[in-house]
Design a protein around this ligand. Structure first.
Ligand code: TRP
Ligand code: ZN
Length: 889
């Protein structure tokens, strides 16, 4: 271990910078075997800093310093100190110009952080701390500067040269080289800097803002991808319009550019005026892209665009405030998606993700609050807690304020802090100022980690016509936070009468009557008294998932069936179905443990039958909702409910329930499959997307019957599909089917699919991930064969995620094989990736960090892999942090 690996940064140590950078002029000369970066910085002492005498300390990682000038004069070596991480100049004037020239090697940069090459093009990724790999700088988000960037390269190989802002000069140079100079009129922190050079084609469009300005829009791609640009361009224009209508936010520069790159660590990056996207998050057409990806692309394009205000115009003071931009922007993109499609289904899908992935993080060794107190490597904190839980925290405030006041509060926030680097506290204070509410206790959502568990007890007093709900909350300890104070939890409830109608509600007799109420749960235990309740109701709890909590209430299966078919709230209907299925699953698991056969509870069968029939009988019912209502809880969600995860039990019992449901509902499922076939030309629109989702859900059930009839139907769908959603769903139905009778056919179709699509990278990634994610035991040899496949490349993060990530996160019976082979497999690749790409290595490590949740034998095997990685000679800070926290007692 090196010393830098153990260094922890604390929020409480935050200090203003000692120097500020008013202007940044960069000259970047790209060559095949090196790049030269000249930086001219206009610096001045920060009046809020330590004062006169403070040394100038610039960040700079593994740079080769060739020249250093202060106010035009060469600095002799005794005037400064250079280390692997910093450049220190002990004495500098109040105001001065510093000019440095460094040599870097993007052509060898496999970390995809800083300036690097993605196949044939140069590009950058500077968030969070990549800029220091390009030049010496104050690489922190509270130093805002104007940027002028000259990019120079070979003209034939790199005809397109881009950076932030507007092009102000361009020209030809000797030796076939050329340059373009860009100027960004908006001051920004260096994490929003971007540069791209490549042989790119632009798809162009334009947008007229609400004030009548014309914005030129560009989507830059390689020639091979020109047929996949239309959808993202449309998404961008919808997002631009939505942000004007819903938040009053207009775009500020005259041009907005998106570039697609194949090698990218995350989804996309909101660089000012020049967003850079993982090609899988922007390129789409019906032949190669599934409905799921279309939806994801639309929301990511919107997310990055929305950052122009929530992140760029108003940015973060320090990286502890990351959720200020990410939580808020996820909330914004979720609302955008809800407005573009089905609000209820969007909410269900987001909650499903949060409750499996974020709740698991909150219960594991990397648990942290939405505003963390400390970190070792900031890249490890781009987490579901910062993003998705952060969004839930903003959502709770939006709901507490109501739409008008929330809009007034965000208007105030953008106006007050435009051009500044601020904190989550500044955001909350705007909410308080506009609403007059006291959010003191609410702020614990930012400071306390862990998922609160709510228990609701109910009691009906017929004589006094009163209904009592007693709510208790408890939050388990998390690392470094043994004791938790009660949260402020907005709990939205309604009470349903025997017909499913919402009863008028009045709390304690002196409050206004309404059909649903937001209970303000603030104490460890609290009782809410509803008056004038004429009959014993069924409570509809946590409507819309009004807070990110685990809720338990002793509902009977009949009550859950009732809620599933009657509740007016889409989330509660779905959640009732999930709880009913979990209860039935528990019976099945108890029988499995004793080696007994389990016959499925007919109430679950009936509940699904009712839902399927409704979809057949009511033509305008939301079929995407139906598809979600008949999905059993995922293996991951079931695992989340257990203290000790029973890997085989979960898989076997869930599969048995799926088969029994298919047998009992054969008639309904076949009818639903037939009724939702569609041979019209493909369209990405709510109705056909919903029909495909429902049809393919039905097909997955029917395939469990292992009958020639349904194998034939799936094969027909595979061969005749006119879109990737149906084609891949049919292939997946075979791949997920462990039946030996289907093996030869499966292998044939898998190969045919590859031969058909091997020239489309994004389809090949889908092909890899379908096979790797298949929940099939003893699958590791197949996964290892994929790693040796010509299509695999350990240096490309999408490929790593498609094979290693998909297997370790989605195939629990494979990854958790009792002999530890899955763990050793992951260990091997984390060790290799640690050298190539630390950010990716540390993310892939996540499933091993959950070792405490498994039985003793698996715990030992998982820990052994963590220790084996820990013993490697050169661990990155990224991997070291995750390992050390996971192994801590
Ligand atoms: N800020 C980006 C977003 O959420 C994501 C991001 C952060 C990122 N760090 C990154 C992307 C590193 C790629 C690599 O929109
Ligand atoms: Zn973001």
């Amino acid at each position: 271990m090196k010393e830098s690996q153990g260094k922890t940064v604390y929020l409480r140590d935050y200090r203003e910078p000692d120097y500020l950078i008013d202007e940044t002029e960069l000259d970047v000369r790209l060559f095949e075997d090196h790049t030269l970066v000249r930086a001219r910085l206009r610096l001045r002492r920060n009046p809020e800093g330590q004062g006169a005498g403070a040394p100038l300390v610039l960040d700079g990682r593994h740079l080769e310093l060739l020249e250093l000038k202060l106010d035009g004069a060469l600095l002799p070596p005794e005037r400064y100190e250079v280390s692997a991480e910093q450049l220190l100049i002990a004495q500098v004037p109040e105001i001065f110009t510093l000019e440095s020239l460094v040599r870097i090697h993007p052509e060898n940069n496999t970390t995809l952080d800083g300036l690097y090459k993605s196949r044939v093009m140069f590009c950058t990724q500077c968030e969070a701390e990549g800029f220091r790999k390009i030049t010496y700088y104050l690489d922190r988000p509270d130093v805002l500067s104007s940027f002028t960037t000259r990019v120079e390269a070979d003209k034939a190989r790199y005809p397109v040269l881009l950076s932030n802002g507007n092009p102000i000069a361009r020209g030809e140079l000797p030796d076939g080289r050329h340059f373009v100079t860009w100027q960004d009129p908006f001051r920004k922190p260096c994490y929003l800097f971007a540069l791209v050079a490549g042989d790119l084609q632009a798809v162009r469009d334009s947008f007229i803002t609400q004030s009548g300005r014309v914005i030129e829009l560009y989507l830059y791609v390689e020639t091979k991808d020109l047929d996949k640009c239309e959808f993202a361009m449309g998404s961008l224009k919808r997002a631009m319009r939505w942000d004007e209508e819903v938040y009053g936010r207009e775009y500020d520069l005259d041009i907005f550019m998106i570039v697609a790159v194949d090698d990218f660590n995350m989804g996309a990056m909101e660089n000012k005026g020049l967003n850079i996207f993982n090609s899988s998050c922007v390129l789409a057409n019906p032949a190669t892209t599934t409905d799921f990806s279309f939806q994801r692309i639309e929301s990511i394009v919107a997310h990055e665009y929305f950052h122009n205000w929530s992140g760029n115009r108003v940015t973060c003071r320090d990286w502890f405030q990351l959720s200020l931009k990410e939580g808020f922007t996820v909330f914004r993109d979720a609302e955008f998606s809800a407005d573009m499609g089905s609000r209820a289904v969007n909410r269900i899908e987001d909650v499903g993700f949060l409750r499996t992935v974020q709740f698991a993080e909150d219960a594991g060794p990397m648990a942290h609050s939405v505003r963390p107190e400390s970190y070792m490597e900031i890249s490890n904190f781009y987490t579901v807690t910062i993003y998705e839980k952060g969004s839930e925290v903003v959502r709770m405030m939006a709901n507490l304020l109501g739409p008008q006041k929330f809009r007034a509060a965000t208007d105030l926030y953008f106006a007050r802090f435009d051009g500044q680097a601020v904190t989550t506290e500044d955001f909350v204070r705007c909410m308080e100022e506009i609403s007059g509410m006291d959010l003191t206790q609410f702020r614990r959502w930012y400071t306390q980690a862990g998922t609160p568990r709510l228990t609701v007890k109910r009691e009906y007093d017929a004589k006094n016509r009163e209904y009592l709900l007693t709510v208790s909350q408890e939050t388990p300890a998390t690392p470094r936070q043994p004791h938790k104070e009660p949260f402020f939890i907005p709990l939205t409830v309604a009470l349903l009468d025997a017909k499913g109608k919402e009863l008028p509600l009045q709390l304690g007799g002196n409050d206004t009557v309404s059909s649903s109420k937001v209970l303000q749960v603030t104490e460890a235990t609290q009782t809410f008294r509803f008056t004038n309740i004429p009959e014993q109701p069924v409570p509809s709890l946590l409507r819309g998932f009004s807070a990110p909590v685990k809720l338990s209430c002793d509902f009977s299966r009949e009550e859950l069936m009732f809620l599933m078919s009657h509740d007016g709230d889409g989330f509660v209907r779905w959640e009732a179905g999930q709880q009913l299925a979990l209860q039935v699953f528990d019976d099945g698991l108890a029988a499995w443990r004793e080696g007994k056969e389990y016959a499925i509870d007919q109430r679950l069968v009936q509940a699904y039958r009712d839902v399927l029939r409704a979809s057949l009988e009511q033509p305008d019912i939301d079929k995407a909702m139906i598809a979600n209502l008949i999905l059993l809880p995922s293996e991951a969600y079931i695992a989340e409910q257990m203290t000790v995860v029973e890997v085989e039990g979960i898989h076997r019992v869930r599969e048995s329930l799926r088969r029994q449901l298919a047998q009992a509902l054969l008639g309904e499922l076949s009818a639903v499959y037939q009724a939702n076939l569609n041979d019209a030309p493909y369209e990405y629109a709510a109705e056909p997307v919903a029909k495909r989702a429902l049809k393919n859900t039905a097909l997955n059930y029917l395939m469990t019957l292992q009958s020639p009839e349904w194998f034939a139907a799936a094969r027909r769908q595979f061969e005749q599909a006119n879109n990737m959603t149906d084609e891949s769903a049919a292939l997946r139905a075979f791949i997920n089917n462990p039946c030996a009778a289907n093996a030869a056919l499966r292998d044939e179709l898998v190969e045919r699919f590859y031969q058909k699509w091997k020239h489309e990278t994004l389809v090949v990634e889908q092909w890899l991930s379908m096979q790797s994610a298949a929940p099939v035991a003893d699958n590791l040899p197949r996964i290892q064969a994929l790693i040796r496949h010509e299509a695999f490349d350990l240096r490309n993060p999408n490929k790593v995620r498609s094979v290693i990530g998909a297997f370790c996160n989605s195939n629990a019976v494979g990854f958790h094989a009792a002999d530890g082979s899955g763990y050793a497999f992951l260990g091997d690749y984390v060790i290799e990736l640690n050298q190539l790409n630390p950010q990716i290595a540390s993310r892939q490590l996540t499933p091993l960090t959950r070792w405490r949740r498994y039985d003793a034998a698996r715990q030992a095997l998982m820990k052994a892999q963590l220790q084996r990685i820990m013993a490697q000679p050169e661990l990155s800070a990224d991997v070291y942090e995750v390992l050390s926290k996971s192994l801590q007692e």
